[in-house]
Design a protein around this ligand. Structure first.
Ligand SMILES: *Cc1c(COP(=O)(O)O)cnc(C)c1O
Length: 427
């Protein structure tokens, strides 16, 4: 392990050694007091890649000049625009290209995938999820359960954290699966928890649930573009993610889905269908009978939102250039450096920060969630006024995501200094 120092010179040294340093220039940073902000909320909305503008402009131009002909004659034809995502995305989530596509938005996609993969019976009807899952996931799961005529109180099994602990234990998730046994229809969890930043052992959890005959789906809102995923090899049945967090595609933008190869090319799988899931060679014959695409596109319903997808494609180009391996390597160092700075500042100011994200690097990724005991909203406001964009959760938790694509080590150092001043000021 590298011996860190909480100095500007050391932070600059780390930046000099950083292979991804040039990619910071690929992004637009908001400015506060005329300076680029220190951006810690890429886990909520990623920054805008500069090249996104051209991708959007190209489509506006083709639409302006070609109108309907753009479907086939645009520079990047619209009728198969979405196909460009399968290969780069498959590398990011560890899948075969045919297992991956883009469509709709995240919660919508999870609902659509549950149509196929949550098929409860009187005996096997339970769903395991983590307690206090992201609210949209809670509403989704409860409404799916009710839709099938069950009561969420009976059907939803929430895995809890132990009294006094900030993280879930894998053994507790596995035990819940074991105990639910042949009543278990589905495990549906967030692969990376949005609140404490914990990365679940997706491989072990998936294997356990599959061994008991249940389906497994992962919400990868905080996982895609952030952690190493091997969805195909792990035998995950389905997954979905949004693209606007670590993948920098723009607010509320299209979601990605994964459906395991073993579920492709099946006519009898229950699914809500539409014309964009129909065999593309025969799509415009307007036949009455549905023939599914042989890949994840069988779950497509409507023709694709091409203007929306454009910035996502621009962003994926960066991921293609860099590769997840290098991103993850920098992520580990910059997260550890931020942790070091937080602990160092805590010592200096005599405050007790409690980092509620696991300290084990294999159980965390780009996010540190910190309880700032004894501090209040004034500290958050001070940081914001001084150009640090963080995410504050009452009563006093900040979530910090030092995204490796565009955050620098110098950012971490300056943040530490501002945090120190902010705390001393409020004393
Ligand atoms: C961000 C996030 C969502 C957001 O869902 P949308 O349908 O894109 O609004 C859902 N689930 C989790 C776990 C998230 O982190």
């Amino acid at each position: 392990m590298m011996q860190f120092q909480n100095t500007l010179a050391f932070a600059r040294e780390l930046d000099q050694q950083d292979e991804l340093k040039p990619y910071r220039q690929e992004f637009h940073f908001p400015k506060i007091q005329g300076k680029d902000v220190i951006y810690f909320t890429g886990n909520s909305l990623g920054l805008q890649p500069k090249r996104a503008q051209k991708y959007v402009d190209d489509i506006m131009k083709d639409w302006r000049e070609l109108a309907v002909e753009g479907h086939f004659y645009a520079e990047k034809p619209w009728w198969d625009y979405h196909e460009r995502f399968a290969k780069p995305l498959s590398k990011i989530v560890g899948a075969l290209p045919e297992e991956v596509t883009v469509m709709n938005t995240l919660t919508v996609n999870l609902h659509l995938l549950m149509v196929s993969f949550y098929r409860p019976t009187a005996k096997r009807f339970k769903i395991i999820c983590e307690e206090k899952a992201f609210p949209s996931d809670q509403y989704m799961l409860a409404s799916q359960v009710r839709f099938h005529g069950f009561d969420p109180k009976d059907a939803l099994v929430e895995v809890k954290k132990r009294e006094g602990e900030n993280c879930w234990r894998t053994e507790d998730v596995l035990k819940a699966i074991e105990e639910t046994g042949d009543e278990l229809a589905l495990v549906m969890m967030g692969g990376v928890n949005y609140y404490n930043g914990q990365v679940f052992d997706m491989e072990a959890i998936t294997a356990k649930a599959k061994s008991l005959g249940a389906n497994v789906g992962w919400d990868l809102a905080h996982g895609a573009g952030n952690v190493e995923l091997k969805l195909h090899d792990w035998g995950v049945d389905f997954a979905a993610w949004c693209s606007y967090k670590y993948m920098n595609s723009g607010p509320g933008n299209v979601s990605g889905i994964f459906v395991h190869q073993k579920h492709l090319n099946k006519k009898d799988i229950p699914r809500f269908e539409g014309w964009w899931g129909h065999d593309k060679e025969r799509r415009f014959l307007m036949e009455p009978e549905f023939t599914p695409m042989p890949n994840a596109e069988a779950w497509h319903i409507s023709n694709a939102a091409v203007i929306a997808m454009a910035p996502y494609l621009a962003s994926l180009e960066l991921f293609e250039e860099i590769g997840m391996e290098k991103l993850i390597a920098k992520r580990n160092v910059i997260t550890a450096y931020l942790e070091f700075i937080l602990l160092d500042i805590a010592k200096e100011v005599g405050s007790s920060f409690e980092i509620i994200t696991p300290s084990n690097p294999s159980e965390r990724a780009s996010q540190l969630s910190v309880f700032l005991h004894g501090e209040g909203r004034a500290l958050f406001d001070y940081l914001m006024e001084n150009g640090v964009i963080t995410d504050w959760r009452e009563p006093n938790v900040i979530r910090l995501a030092p995204v490796p694509l565009y955050c620098s080590f110098e950012d971490m150092y300056h943040f530490g200094q501002l945090l120190k001043k902010g705390i001393q000021k409020n004393k």
